[in-house]
Design a protein around this ligand. Structure first.
Ligand code: PLP
Length: 354
């Protein structure tokens, strides 16, 4: 299996980091989707207050956390009908292990996608098949991933596109998993949860959510699943055996984070204003922005090889990611993350326009 794993792509980017670091003003690293704005103080406090934690946490989550996830799923995602919830140690572990847990043989992944969907299929010794957005054209498979708003493109699925994916799952008796970790960061398009498109029949449907970006808690490793109760019971059983439980102080922090929307609105406004200023500057220097309607990223091209764009930006001290990291059709695109401070983003604009 090890030799089937892709080369860790970030190694290939390292030389451009060296170039960017030589800029007189230092590097502005927009290559990684890792939040830099502080975790809100009330969340930090909940974590600190729970730091006396001698007993093992429960894999299913505390009753308070389960209730908070359930309420949030109903209010924010529009979940109805029978569904269950399950805390996760960040969502990446779920993405990487789900095909193994579910013994999937064929996994559909978006043709331009977060690389871990493919990695998860490789770990499970399953076949991963890149597919377009239109689920009417999808082949039969055991499992399919949706991701809206998308990493890396910021594209948002319409309600009818999600409904078509739900129909595909029903017609094929297959599992549909919607990775919705950027759902709170809408800008010029409204995103919908898969759970709002099931009419309360959530069989074979799962939604994955993360507090990494929503609440700037990437360091806590805090995420959760919502959806089909039977599937979640299967996943829970294995996770209990494997000791995959969320630390109790993190569960406490998740509970208060989910109970507050104000900090999310503030974070959304921050990302969106960064995207607006950076987008204009990129367009000014010849980049064409595609999608990038919501989420955390700008996806753009100068109709040249992605590495040429990466190098051009690195010489200005700005590090971006080549679109080829996310699939072959990204070869002429770059991804730029809004994960730098406002002042760094303003600096990046000055450097671009200089
Ligand atoms: C689409 C997508 N899914 C999942 C993750 C994993 O996030 P986390 O493990 O922090 O919840 C990321 C991280 O960038 C992502 O972009």
């Amino acid at each position: 299996m090890r030799d089937q794993l892709p080369d860790f792509p970030w190694d290939a980017l390292a030389p451009f980091g060296v170039i960017a670091r030589q800029h007189a003003g230092g590097i502005i690293d927009l290559s990684q989707g890792t939040p830099v704005d502080p975790t809100p103080e009330f969340i930090q406090k909940a974590f600190r207050d729970a730091s006396n934690s001698p007993s093992y946490p429960v894999t299913t989550g505390t009753p308070e956390l389960r209730a908070a996830i359930r309420k949030w799923a109903e209010d924010r995602l529009g979940a109805t009908g029978d569904f269950d919830v399950l805390p996760l140690i960040g969502s990446k572990e779920l993405v990487a292990w789900l095909p193994t847990i579910l013994e999937s043989k064929k996994v559909l992944i978006p043709e331009i996608a977060y690389p871990t969907y493919h990695v998860g299929a490789v770990i499970a010794a399953a076949q991963s098949i890149p597919v377009g957005v239109d689920a009417h054209n999808w082949p039969k498979a055991d499992l399919a991933w949706l991701n809206s708003p998308s990493n890396p493109t910021g594209r948002v699925h319409s309600e009818s596109e999600i409904a078509a994916a739900v129909s595909w799952a029903r017609n094929n008796n297959s599992i549909l998993v919607s990775d919705e970790c950027y759902l709170e960061f809408d800008h010029t398009a409204k995103s919908f949860s898969v759970l709002s498109q099931t009419d309360g029949d959530n069989r074979n449907i799962l939604a994955v959510h993360s507090l990494s970006k929503r609440s700037s808690m990437a360091g806590y490793r805090a995420a959760f699943l919502v959806g089909d109760s039977e599937l979640i019971a299967r996943i829970l059983e294995l996770r209990k055996h494997a000791g995959m439980m969320v630390p109790l102080p993190v569960q406490r922090a998740m509970t208060v984070a989910l109970g507050d929307d104000q900090h999310v609105a503030e974070q959304r406004a921050r990302y969106n204003s960064r995207r607006d200023v950076l987008r204009l500057a990129l367009e000014e220097v010849g980049f064409r922005v595609e999608f990038s309607n919501s989420g955390l990223y700008i996806w753009c091209t100068r109709d040249e090889d992605a590495w040429t764009s990466v190098e051009w930006l690195a010489k200005r001290g700005i590090l971006a990611t080549p679109g080829s990291f996310y699939g072959q059709s990204g070869e002429r695109f770059i991804r730029i993350a809004m994960t730098a401070t406002d002042s760094q983003i303003n600096d990046a604009v000055q450097r671009l326009l200089a």
